[in-house]
Write a protein that binds this ligand. Structure first.
Ligand SMILES: C[S@@+](CC[C@H](N)C(=O)[O-])C[C@H]1O[C@@H](n2cnc3c(N)ncnc32)[C@H](O)[C@@H]1O
Length: 874
């Protein structure tokens, strides 16, 4: 049968529920969509017969509404459409497709009525309009002006607004109590929306209760409404009623407005439906919600997520928010589903030892209890919930997880869970050390572990981390490594470990013993490097997804999937799930043998890149021919770096021109700069304080006026540095020599030549001759050409540490280790051509780069394929 036939079956009056469900799935699949979930059929029964959420890849989604027999998409009124759009809106899906058996309307709910396209459909053209490809064409062509904001943003704004209002009405109210009132509001509203789908006619139960009763205490109204739904408020262990009672002093008018905002804030086009949200979208809202409410002042500085702060959360005051995008949670859950026999998957024993608001646990449960899977029944749902474990040391995170899971249970079974959920508010590392969480116990461990810098950890936490790591400890360790080790311990043999980690895990020294343990006793199933992704703008974009199976690599012989993703994360992760090798300019997915991970550092290279890497490694490193040093470090740039115009002419000798990173470009440097850095040397020798005071009194006076700040530097308080000196100024023998300089962070190579040695650079590496004889013009030009080449760009991109937004951080060690062609083997004529090209002021910059790139890649010995791979000549 074809899509068109399935459609007739879905829409026909006489079709049974069971047949319709199968036809819905087949309809979606025939058009290349992945059916995700069917929604309650009772939503808008007069016009619609069924609703289905479909996806393609990890990110694309649309809500489909199948109209009742006799209805036409073209005839739906604006108000009927608006009502139905609540479905997609509350599921955080922008696109909604209305389908009758002879026409289709494709609407974007954030831009309705502007984006509202009508098509008639027949057997021959149905896939032009409704297949993934057809839909992508239509949706991509739309220039979308958004009238509404997404539902999650609106809910978060409502909560942020009310947090402010309530805090001004009830001074000193704490975050925990605020979270309790919002949890209670969300829960009651979700129950109401759930019941409304079944039988409730009343529009706004909370408001009706408030206006009909003499009572205006918010806790009483909430309890009364729950009782109306036959839910006993005191049975709910995820709502702290003592906290909720604290809000009883709010007056009736305030309570009424709060309730209104939880139905539909004035500026928004759609009603909230918390039952719909609960099923698919609330986990996303919780991630932001938790960051809005739960972070205390201390934690927000010290705790960094590997994942970004969402711009929309920026307004709730720099909360250092922790947010795992839904697609990562979905990816892990699907990976587990696709790699576990179905029966076993439905009862998987899963733990997240740093569960936050429970996004991972919830997503696994959503997949385990999928209503589209006919084998799912009440027993399997109960078994799934009984096998889910979460730990978080933040009590508020635990209550959000409990609420989130309880709501999910409610919307799938119509009941709240009869047994308490196993979410425990404790320190996971303690629980592991005390054996409350046993080794070899879980089918799957999933986590985005907390990344707290060692310096921010207290003694007790440091000890705990050391104890959990035991022999795996190496150098200074960050908190996340203890979670990696714990996860590996508590997974059962044959079980999975799914982690979100910093990209540094692949190569950092402090993780080397953990990597070595993995290579011996685990099978790496997947390693996806997302560190170049733009979506991770903001803090801490160092993301790596790692999936391990606790089976020795030699026994399993399963190849590992490696993904390097710079864009199109959805299709890329989908390719990982499908086990498809792909190579595009935006991402590549490929397989490697397990011995790939026997290496000390895990550099993720495709077969083509491996060939390139081997070829490059046949050359000696830059450190053999040149010296690589780090720029100056002052410890107080605000004091030591000044505007040039503020320095008296007579004292210019102790101030050196300072070249900012952004002033450095390929080959060229500016003639003049505006800043200078304090440079305490005279005739090549360091100055003493007494000399400075006598010879450069104004500079001394200036430094003296900042003595307080300068003394606070670590090296000064340890008596390792005098108060008036930069910590590592670098002498004239380094700083004042001709050298190659570069910015510390780079997207593409920008190595400039400081021919006269007149600039100082900060932190970033500098390349200079091993001795003064090597300061010659041609040699510096040659190495600048090598460093600015596509080969160097590739090498640094793959081997140097990553910073956010695809930036690479250039460190002395990575430059020293970079392979370079031996200049002694380069014909003099070629050296001259390179040098002349660089010196030629009239040369077109692009042409110069293409020509030099070609020469350098030949010197490296690249063949045509490798040149094409690196886009040499483009
Ligand atoms: C990076 S967040 C991850 C939250 C959520 N799983 C996610 O992926 O978005 C880390 C969580 O770990 C919790 N946490 C930090 N240290 C912990 C510890 N020692 N034991 C248990 N939880 C901890 C924090 O409270 C926070 O909720």
């Amino acid at each position: 049968m074809k899509a068109f036939d399935y459609l007739q079956q879905v829409i026909a009056d006489r079709t049974t529920d069971e047949t319709r469900r199968v036809a819905l799935k087949s309809f979606a699949t025939a058009l290349d969509w992945t059916p995700h979930s069917e929604l309650r059929e009772r939503y808008q029964t007069a016009t619609a017969i069924s609703h289905l959420v479909v996806e393609h890849g990890i990110e694309n989604a649309a809500a489909l509404t199948f109209l009742a027999p006799g209805e036409r998409a073209s005839e739906l009124s604006a108000s009927q459409i608006e009502k139905l759009l609540e479905i997609s809106y509350n599921n955080l899906i922008d696109w909604h497709i209305f389908i009758s058996n002879n026409d289709v309307r494709i609407v974007n709910n954030l831009s309705f009525p502007d984006v509202d396209n009508l098509y008639s459909i027949r057997e021959e053209n149905i896939s032009d309009v409704l297949s993934v490809t057809g839909f992508n064409e239509i949706s991509r062509n739309e220039k979308i002006k958004k009238y509404d904001r997404r539902c999650d943003e609106v809910v978060i704004n409502v909560i942020a607004r009310w947090k402010k209002i309530i805090s001004s009405e009830i001074p000193n109210i704490d975050n925990k109590s605020l979270s309790s009132i919002f949890n209670a509001m969300i829960f009651v509203r979700a129950c109401e929306d759930q019941k409304r789908q079944d039988f409730l006619d009343e529009e706004r139960v909370l408001l009706a209760e408030l206006s009909n009763s003499d009572e205006s205490k918010i806790s009483e109204i909430l309890r009364a409404v729950l009782r109306k739904f036959e839910i006993m408020p005191d049975d709910l262990n995820f709502i702290d009623w003592e906290d909720v009672n604290k809000f009883d002093i709010l007056d009736k008018y305030t309570v009424e407005n709060l309730f209104i905002d939880f139905y539909r804030p004035r500026s928004v086009s759609y009603n909230f439906n918390f039952a719909l949200m609960s099923k698919h979208a609330l986990s996303r809202i919780y991630e932001k919600y938790i960051s809005l409410l739960y972070y205390t002042e201390n934690e927000k500085d010290s705790q960094i997520s590997f994942l970004p702060t969402l711009p929309s959360v920026a307004q709730p005051e720099k909360s250092g928010s922790v947010f795992t995008p839904q697609y990562i949670a979905s990816f892990f859950s699907r990976y587990l589903r696709d790699n576990t026999p179905p029966r076993r998957f439905r009862q998987l024993k899963v733990i997240d030892p740093a569960c936050g608001s429970g996004i991972f646990l919830r997503t696994v449960l959503e997949h385990q209890a999928s209503p589209l899977d006919f084998r799912v029944d009440r027993t399997s749902i109960d078994a799934a919930f009984a096998n889910i474990y979460g730990i978080d040391r933040d009590p508020n995170a635990c209550s959000a997880t409990r609420l989130s899971l309880a709501l999910l249970h409610l919307v799938i079974t119509d009941e709240i869970p009869s047994r308490p959920l196993q979410i425990s508010n404790t320190d996971a590392l303690d629980a592991f050390l005390n054996r409350e969480v046993g080794v070899n116990s879980f089918d799957a461990v999933i986590a985005n572990p907390p990344y707290i810098k060692l310096d921010h950890l207290n003694e007790a936490d440091r000890d705990k981390i050391s104890n959990v790591l035991g022999d795996l400890k190496e150098q200074r360790v960050d908190s996340y490594l203890a979670f990696v080790a714990m996860a590996m311990h508590i997974a059962r043999p044959g079980g999975f470990v799914c982690l979100v980690l910093p990209q540094a895990f692949l190569s950092s020294r402090n993780a080397s013993k953990v990597r070595s343990w993995i290579s011996k006793e685990f099978t790496v199933r997947l390693c996806a490097d997302l560190s170049s992704l733009d979506v991770f703008s903001g803090v801490g974009a160092y993301t790596l997804l790692l999936i391990l199976e606790k089976v020795g690599p030699r026994q399993s012989q399963v190849r590992a999937t490696i993904a390097k993703i710079a864009d199109y994360v959805g299709p890329a992760l989908q390719a990982c799930l499908d086990g498809r090798a792909v190579d595009t300019p935006y991402y590549s997915v490929f397989d490697v043998e397990q011995d790939y991970f026997d290496k000390v550092n895990w550099v993720l290279l495709s077969p083509e890149e491996n060939r390139l890497d081997r070829l490059l490694n046949s050359h000696k490193t830059l450190s053999v021919y040149m010296s690589v040093k780090q720029g100056f470090v002052t410890g107080a740039d605000k004091v030591f770096i000044r505007s040039k115009k503020d320095i008296p002419l007579k004292e210019r000798a102790v101030w050196l021109d300072y070249l900012k990173d952004r002033e450095i470009s390929r080959y060229e440097l500016p003639k003049n700069v505006n800043s200078v850095v304090f440079f305490p040397f005279q005739n090549g020798k360091p100055l003493e304080e007494k000399e400075l005071k006598e010879l450069y009194p104004k500079s001394y006076e200036y430094l003296l006026s900042h003595k307080g700040i300068l003394e606070k530097r670590g090296a000064v308080s340890r008596h390792a540095n005098p108060w008036w000196r930069p910590v590592r100024p670098r002498g004239p023998d380094v700083m004042c020599r001709p050298k190659i300089v570069c910015p510390h962070l780079m997207l593409v190579p920008r190595f400039g030549i400081d021919r006269r040695g007149s600039f100082a650079v900060s932190h970033t590496p500098m390349v200079l001759g091993r001795d003064a004889d090597d300061d010659n013009h041609v040699l510096l030009n040659y190495f600048a050409a090598v460093l600015n080449s596509s080969v160097a760009r590739w090498y640094l991109n793959t081997h140097a540490p990553r910073y956010s937004k695809g930036y690479v951080r250039i460190e002395v060690a990575s430059l020293k280790a970079m392979p370079v062609p031996n200049p002694k083997n380069v014909p003099i004529s070629t050296l001259k051509t390179i040098s002349d090209k660089i010196d030629d002021q009239n040369c077109n910059e692009k042409e110069r780069q293409i020509e030099l790139d070609e020469i350098i890649s030949d010197l490296f010995g690249l063949d045509i394929e490798l040149k094409r791979y690196l886009n040499v000549g483009d």
